[in-house]
Design a protein around this ligand. Structure first.
Ligand SMILES: Cc1cc2nc3c(=O)[nH]c(=O)nc-3n(C[C@H](O)[C@H](O)[C@H](O)COP(=O)(O)OP(=O)(O)OC[C@H]3O[C@@H](n4cnc5c(N)ncnc54)[C@H](O)[C@@H]3O)c2cc1C
Length: 432
């Protein structure tokens, strides 16, 4: 079977790429096949934290995030041995927490509803570049595509088509489990609506933090616990994550042995690593996401927008080299933010010593919070006209004027980020 585009993987990156294709060029979307190894709603290990950038990305696809069940986090506390600060990313809440089986299943439904073929239970085994595209071998037969998009996550098979010498990206280690909201026979030690990120294990070699987020599993109030170790800086390695998790749980009244601990890698963004090759594009975890916090849902959605534009442009020009894709990603707000997060993680984890960390958290908390807010988040830009922009050539720029956010000249005026966030339930720009 021959297709113009085959997207491997239907997580947020794959579904977003397909939905942006449908928005930009419905005819091309009808000649697109999405291949998914599992069947939705499938299990996906993830804390499910969705910051406001997620909502902007979804609004750009004319999707309302409130269609998916979520838990609203009141405050997010960032802590190092009792020092730290709390943050909200919007006026009345910090972020939302979704269950990924529900979120990804909902996105996959949107893909199907826009006449894009999504074939589940189909695992891509091997890919081979041929003269006029790529041959995709799966457990259910072989397909041919002019272009393959690798949206198949951190252990991407498609990524193997990238040149080896650019495969420099680090891979983070992450473990996670879910418990009831209150510990057995006790009362919760964390406020029910709050999220906690604790960096106390940094001096012991964990290049990241432990977390606890409120969540809801089948309507039951629950908590999601995990350890994120970016492994990005040279130096002491933290050893097994299991004892770290055991200690973190014990501090909060739970016994690790009572729960099932699972692990999954996150491929981190490296500006030097290739994101495309002739006839091949990478998006989401397959390309690389946030090194500072391991946040990837917003970026996966954002990559989809960039890939959608690159695909439409390639078919318009009949040029499938994708030689400009890396440059476009790096120059975009997404690429600039990911580069900053990679740099931040490298620098912060170069100085894990307790004395340095204590000093930073004790004296520079407000500066750290200001830096996080102003440099690491709010990268997603509202599209001028999500539904109608298939009439427009790919990129739209939003320029900030003295009195707010304006569309670039000759483009329809975009709703401001604030108004978009209000539309989807975030009632204001951050106040803290
Ligand atoms: C423990 C953990 C906690 C996290 N917590 C958060 C968080 O709170 N907030 C946040 O923003 N991010 C979080 N992340 C990161 C986030 O989960 C990822 O960045 C995000 O899922 C990336 O989306 P994606 O579509 O690129 O990849 P994925 O979501 O991994 O989707 C890839 C898809 O490809 C399919 N696939 C894989 N291989 C093949 C194949 N060979 N053939 C066909 N299909 C294939 C898979 O079945 C899957 O559906 C977390 C990650 C982990 C591991």
């Amino acid at each position: 079977m021959r297709y113009d585009v085959i997207i491997v993987g239907s997580g947020p990156a794959g579904s977003s790429t397909a939905l942006h294709l449908a928005r930009l060029n419905p005819a091309l979307a009808r000649r697109t096949l999405v291949l998914e190894r599992d069947r939705h709603p499938r299990h996906k290990l993830c804390g499910g934290a969705c910051v406001p950038d997620v909502d902007v990305c979804l609004a750009n696809l004319d999707l309302d995030p409130r269609s998916v069940p979520s838990v609203e986090v009141d405050w997010a506390y960032l802590n190092f041995r009792g020092r730290g600060f709390r943050m909200r990313f919007a006026r009345d809440l910090s972020f939302r927490v979704v269950r990924r089986n529900e979120f990804d299943g909902w996105l996959a439904e949107q893909v199907r509803s826009r006449d894009i073929e999504l074939q589940e239970s189909t695992r891509v085994l091997r890919l081979r570049r041929v003269d006029d595209g790529v041959e995709v071998e799966t457990n259910r037969g072989t397909y041919h595509a002019r272009v393959v998009v690798g949206a198949d996550g951190s252990s991407s098979v498609v990524r193997r088509l990238m040149p080896d010498e650019t495969n420099t990206a680090a891979v983070a280690r992450v473990v996670e489990l879910v418990t009831p909201a209150t510990p057995p026979g006790g009362s919760a030690r964390l406020a029910a609506d709050d999220a906690f990120l604790d960096f106390a294990w940094m001096p012991r070699g964990i290049q990241g933090y432990v977390w606890s987020f409120p969540t809801s599993v089948d309507g039951q109030p629950s908590r999601n616990w995990g350890v994120y170790d970016s492994c990005i800086a040279p130096g002491k390695r933290g050893g097994s994550l299991r004892p770290v998790m055991a200690q973190w749980m014990e501090q909060n009244g739970y016994r690790l042995d009572d729960y099932r601990l699972e692990g999954h890698p996150i491929r981190l963004f490296d500006p030097r690593a290739a994101l495309s090759a002739p006839n091949v594009l990478l998006v989401g975890d397959a390309a690389g996401v946030d090194a500072t916090f391991g946040e990837g849902i917003s970026f996966a959605l954002g990559y989809g927008e960039l890939a959608g534009s690159a695909l439409v442009d390639a078919f318009r020009r009949d040029d499938f080299s994708f030689s400009g894709y890396q440059r476009q990603v790096l120059a975009s707000p997404l690429g600039r933010t990911l580069s900053r997060r990679t740099l931040t993680a490298r620098i912060a984890n170069r100085f894990p010593q307790a004395l340095v960390q204590r000093t930073v958290w004790r004296h520079l908390g407000p500066v750290v919070r200001w830096y996080i807010k102003n440099f690491l988040f709010y990268w997603a830009e509202p599209l001028a006209s999500p539904a109608a922009s298939n009439l427009e050539p790919p990129r739209r720029r939003i320029e900030t004027g003295a009195d707010g956010v304006h569309a670039a000249p000759n483009r329809p005026r975009a709703p401001s980020r604030k108004r978009l966030l209000q539309r989807v339930g975030f009632t204001g720009v951050p106040s803290e």
